[in-house]
Structures are given as structure tokens and as C-alpha cells.
Design a binder for this molecule. Structure first.
Ligand SMILES: [Cu+2]
Length: 619
């Protein structure tokens, strides 16, 4: 589940309003409660929002003047008070530690150790001992000694609930939750405190019942004309009969305390060990970089952060351009002629792209289009291609199928250092072949090519007669791609758990928004199928009669060796040039023969979807 930011902000607003009310009722309307508890309620309401507000109203807010002592007497309310008191301190320590360790980029398992130490210390030394020392005998060391065991038991149970909640939510699908600069982090803290409160509540009821902790209290100011003085009177189960300043006598035996302690220690350890078996606690916010995973991706305690970043959704905030719904990719790119060299410019950036009029993807695109612009060359051309990277990650470009100098070939880390964001790289070579080729990213291609970094590279033969011999009137490029779009986010489609595509495009558009091919009876079309896609072999089929395969992977097929087929498998990286003749008028389909690939998000509309287009033949 991806929680939209507006829900988080609505929750924060509710928490702020609840906190304002609780503060006002305690301090301005003077609920007759001990000062430290008033602060406890304010903090806990800040963390737990309306949940704490409800607890406050139900357990501690004086219903009518003079009734507080009686109202707070039930043990369940005393337990609530004790838990509020404990969690207010512990949670403050934990949240502060989590924010600091998160910003420092420490791994989750270190986070938990620091958070436990900080939560326990803040709870014990500040919230329990310092603020409560008057009620615990008046001396600070004595207060620390008397608070240590109850505070420790309560802290263990808080950790038993809060830590697994944090682990699972922070390292679930939406890892922005690990980053204190994201609102989601604070929402997860809020959920964690609520769960921690719930798991700590039973032991707090027990501690109150055994006189080991304070619950709720009543403090009334008895003012006389000349000497106002405050007198504390404890109400409630555990405090009844005890005067302020004299510590209560514990009524639990040592074996009882030891047994409860054992349970809380086991619970706290399981709270870290069990999530450690399912999520990778060795990772930090810096490692995961706010990755949002596709639903269904299997992540284990071994899943490396690099895998998460590779599979992550494109961050919509990185998008710098929205292409109009009518925009089409594969537009011819005009070169600049510099000293006889054809100079092309490719700029990679994140854009919003319509694969359907009502469906937007966040794509990695060359020159604001998907597929990237078509580079048309003639055999023998000297070309220079300047690639500028505006992506949030490094990239390169590979000239698929061309024989080029090795340093111009493009594989990242193999023949060149990847082009860093903001940098450029110039590729220069002489084209020695003719035919249908392509270019695509060769840096994390499983991510970048799946998101749109590819384009057609068409080289005309030096001798135009070779082409004329094929006798065609139309020349069509078909570039295939698979997309994964969920919850409005775009993920790189991959043939793996959670990565399977639900949209398919021809030249960046899914049917019915693909471009039809229009021709007349008797005309011939050359169709250049290009496997620009990442995952599937697509058996591309044309209705209305067979086609002739005239070139494979940019190499001409001699006349005697040409296969006549009506379906040809286009694997990733493959190119097939086919000649199809319009034999009869009408609407003849061109489509993939894996039926799922002719749907949009599993929906067939207007007779198809995805890898479908229509050849409209007029008489
Ligand atoms: Cu297919």
C-alpha cells in the first residue's frame, strides 16, 4: 500500500488539533492531574493523535468538578496513566534517536540499539526519575533505583511492539519511511508508538496493581485567603492511602518480577529478531534512497539495496517535462553538419508520457519522447552523438548491432565510465553497415531501457538500388516495450516476481492509441520490427496474408532464402524487416500473439490493447 501524502498531512493535522485540545484542557482548564502527567498526555497526543485524545477523555479528563478522584480510580484507567507516563518518555527518546540515526545513514539494526538505549534512558532518567522524584521519596538516585525495574519492563514491551512495526513499515514497499525528511517517516513513528502503547499496556496494569508504578493522580490546590498551597492527593487503585513523598511498597514477589521480566525480555528480543528474518536490517535510509517497490516483489533479509533501487518506482518529483497526450515518439532527429560530420544530440531525462490518452507513465526518455528520436543515417556517414544525462542516475548509450570503435560501444564500467547526472559524453564513429539497428542505454538496462531509454537507428545503404529492389511504398518502424504501472507509479517491468508488466506499447503507445498503417490494395509496406523491449519474445502476427522476411538484425536476406511467414518471434534485441503486401481492402490487424500482450492492464478495449495496431487498406 502506498499512502498518499495528503492522508499523512491530514493525520498530522488531527494530531496537532488533538494535542492542542489536551494541552488546553490540562493547563488552561486545569484538569486536576499531576504536572508530569499533563506533559505526558501532551507528548503522547502529539505521537498518537486522536487515539490518545480518546484515551485522555475516557480515562483522565475530569467529567465534572470534584469527580476526578473517583473517575480515575478503576485499574484500567490507572494502567492507561502508567502507560502514558512510560511511553511519553520512551517514545520521545526513540523518535529522537530514530531521526538522528536516520539522518546519519546508519543501518536499521544499529538504529534499534540506539533507539532502545535512548528510549530507556530518556524514560528512566528524565521522565520517571527527574519528574517523579518527589513522589518516589524525594531523592534523585533513589527515584532512579525505584524506577529502574518498572521502567525497564515497560520499555521492553514497548520495544516489542514498536520495533517490528517500524521494521516492517520502514522496509516494506515504501522506503521513504526510513528518511526523517519524508512525512511518511513521522507517520510510521506515530503508528509505532500506538502499537508500542498497546503492547506495553498489560504490563503497566500489572505494575500499577503491584504498587510498582504510579497511575493517574489527582492534585488539588486548596487556597486560603493568605497562603495558597498545593497539596497532592493521590487517587486511584495503587495510590490510595499513600501520602505524597512516601514511596509505595511493592507487592510483587521477586520470582513474580523475574518471571514477568523474562517474558518482556523475550518479547523485546523477538520484536527485533523476527523482523530481522524477513527484512534486511543491515540497510540504511542512504542505501534504499526512498525506493518504492512494486507490489508483489519478494524482498527478504538478503535482498540488497541495489536490487531495491533497480526495481523502484520512478520518483514523480524527478519528472521535468510532461509530453502532450498527442505526442509521438520515434520522431526523426535532424543532425547538424559540422565539417562533414553528422552531429546529433540526445538528452536523457525523466518525463510524463501518455501510453494511452488516459494513462500516464513516468518514463526515462531521450529528447522528451518514447521511443527516443529516430536516428537516420546513410552507410559511410561519420557521426558524432553528444549524449547529455539529466536523469537522477548515471547512464550510457550503446549502438546496437553496429561495428564501432570499442570505446564508442557504450557498456557502462566495461568500455567507459557511466555518464554522471549533469554530464555529457560524445560518441563518434563511421557507420559501415546498413539496415535496421537501435540504440539503448547500457547502464542498468534492466531499469533504464524498461523505462524508455531506446530508439531506432536506421541506416540506408550507400547504393539506393538495394532498397529500391524491395519495391515498397511504405516504411514503418515498430518498437516494442513492456510497462509496469501501479498506483499511478511506473516501475521498470521485469520478468520476475512483482515486476511483470501490465501495459505494452508499439512506438510508445498502447492500442487503441497506436498509429494505424494506411495503404492501398497492391501496395507493399516494409515493417521493421525492433525488439527494444526487455523481457518477452513477442510473436508478431499480421492478418490478411503472409509477409516476406527480407532482413534479420540489419543483414539482408538473399532472395532465395527469404521465409514467407505470417508470424515472427521478435526477441529482445532482435530486428526483422518484413515486406507485407496489401492483398484485400479492409482493416487488417498487426498484433502480438500472446493475448495478454494485447490488453491494457488486462482489459481488452475496442478489440485489442497493447501490442495491436491496424493496417487500414483502401481499395
Ligand atoms: Cu507479446
Amino acid at each position: 500500500m502506498i499512502v498518499p501524502d495528503w492522508i499523512l498531512y491530514a493525520w498530522f493535522a488531527l494530531a496537532a488539533a488533538s494535542t492542542a485540545y489536551v494541552a488546553w484542557d490540562n493547563f488552561v482548564r486545569k484538569n486536576p492531574e499531576e504536572t508530569v502527567m499533563k506533559w505526558g498526555w501532551v507528548l503522547i497526543t502529539l505521537y498518537m493523535g486522536p487515539v490518545a485524545l480518546a484515551l485522555y477523555v475516557l480515562a483522565d479528563k475530569e467529567p465534572s468538578p470534584g469527580t476526578h478522584e473517583e473517575f480515575v480510580r478503576p485499574l484500567w484507567k490507572q494502567g492507561v496513566g502508567s502507560t502514558v507516563h512510560c511511553i511519553a518518555g520512551d517514545a520521545s527518546g526513540i523518535i529522537a534517536a530514530a531521526a538522528i540515526t536516520g539522518l546519519l545513514g546508519l543501518p536499521m539494526w544499529i538504529d534499534f540499539i540506539v533507539e532502545y538505549a535512548a528510549g530507556f534512558s530518556f524514560g528512566l532518567f528524565i521522565f520517571q526519575s527527574l519528574f517523579m522524584k518527589d513522589m518516589l521519596g524525594g531523592s534523585y538516585p533513589g527515584a532512579v533505583r525505584r524506577s529502574f525495574i518498572p521502567e525497564w519492563l515497560s520499555m521492553n514491551m514497548m520495544a516489542a511492539g514498536m520495533f517490528p512495526t517500524m521494521a516492517v513499515l520502514m522496509m516494506g514497499r515504501d522506503m521513504r519511511a526510513m528518511d526523517p525528511r519524508e512525512p511518511l517517516f513521522w507517520a510510521v513513528m506515530s503508528v509505532g508508538v500506538i502499537v508500542g502503547f498497546t503492547t506495553a499496556y498489560p504490563v503497566n496494569v500489572w505494575l500499577v496493581a503491584r504498587n510498582m508504578k504510579h497511575g493517574l493522580m489527582t492534585v488539588r490546590a486548596h487556597a486560603t485567603a493568605d497562603s495558597p498551597k498545593a497539596e497532592g492527593a493521590m487517587a486511584g487503585h495503587s495510590m490510595a492511602g499513600h501520602a505524597m513523598g512516601s514511596p509505595m511498597r511493592w507487592t510483587a514477589t521477586r520470582p513474580q518480577i523475574a518471571a514477568v521480566a523474562l517474558v518482556t525480555v523475550v518479547a523485546a528480543l523477538l520484536g527485533v529478531i523476527l523482523p530481522g528474518q524477513t527484512v534486511n536490517l543491515r540497510l540504511s535510509a542512504d542505501d534504499t534512497q526512498g525506493a518504492i517497490m512494486p507490489p508483489g516483489m519478494i524482498m527478504t533479509r538478503d535482498t540488497p539495496a541495489a536490487a531495491m533501487r533497480d526495481m523502484a518506482a520512478v520518483d514523480p518529483d524527478e519528472s521535468s517535462y510532461t509530453a502532450p497526450a498527442s505526442a509521438r515518439g520515434d520522431q526523426p532527429l535532424r543532425p547538424q553538419l559540422v565539417d562533414g560530420v553528422k552531429v546529433f544530440r540526445l538528452e536523457a531525462s525523466v518525463i510524463r508520457w501518455h501510453i494511452l490518452s488516459n494513462r500516464v507513465v513516468y518514463a526515462y526518455a531521450f529528447n522528451h519522447q518514447v521511443p527516443g528520436p529516430r536516428i537516420e543515417l546513410t552507410e559511410g556517414d561519420r557521426v558524432r552523438i553528444v549524449v547529455t544525462n539529466h536523469l537522477p542516475e548515471p547512464t550510457t548509450v550503446h549502438w546496437h548491432g553496429l561495428v564501432v570503435p570499442n570505446a564508442m560501444d557504450g557498456p557502462a564500467e566495461i568500455t567507459q565510465a557511466p555518464i554522471q547526472p549533469g554530464d555529457s559524453y560524445t560518441y563518434e564513429f563511421t557507420v559501415q553497415q546498413a539496415g535496421t539497428f537501435m540504440y539503448h542505454t547500457h547502464d542498468h538496462a534492466d531499469r533504464q531501457q524498461a523505462l524508455g531509454l531506446y530508439g531506432a537507428l536506421i541506416v540506408k545503404p550507400k547504393n539506393p538500388a538495394l532498397d529500391r529492389r524491395l519495391n515498397y511504398q511504405h516504411d514503418v518502424v515498430i518498437e516494442l516495450q513492456e510497462w509496469l504501472v501501479r498506483d499511478g507509479l511506473t516501475y521498470p517491468a521485469m520478468l520476475m516476481e512483482g515486476g511483470l508488466p501490465n501495459f505494452f506499447t508499439i512506438n510508445g503507445k498502447a492500442y487503441p492509441d497506436t498509429q494505424p498503417i494506411r495503404m492501398r490494395v497492391g501496395e507493399r509496406v516494409r515493417i521493421r520490427f525492433i525488439g527494444t523491449n526487455n523481457n518477452f519474445v513477442h510473436p508478431m502476427h499480421i492478418h490478411g496474408g503472409p509477409f516476406e522476411i527480407v532482413a534479420t538484425d540489419g543483414n539482408p536476406v538473399t532472395a532465395g532464402a527469404r521465409l514467407l511467414k505470417d508470424t515472427v518471434d521478435i526477441g529482445p534485441g532482435e530486428r526483422y524487416d518484413v515486406i507485407w503486401t496489401a492483398r484485400k481492402p479492409g482493416k487488417w490487424l498487426l498484433h502480438c500473439h500472446i493475448p495478454h500482450h494485447t490488453t491494457n492492464d488486462n482489459v481488452e478495449e475496442k478489440g485489442g490493447g497493447g501490442l495491436t495496431t491496424v493496417i487500414e487498406v483502401s481499395p
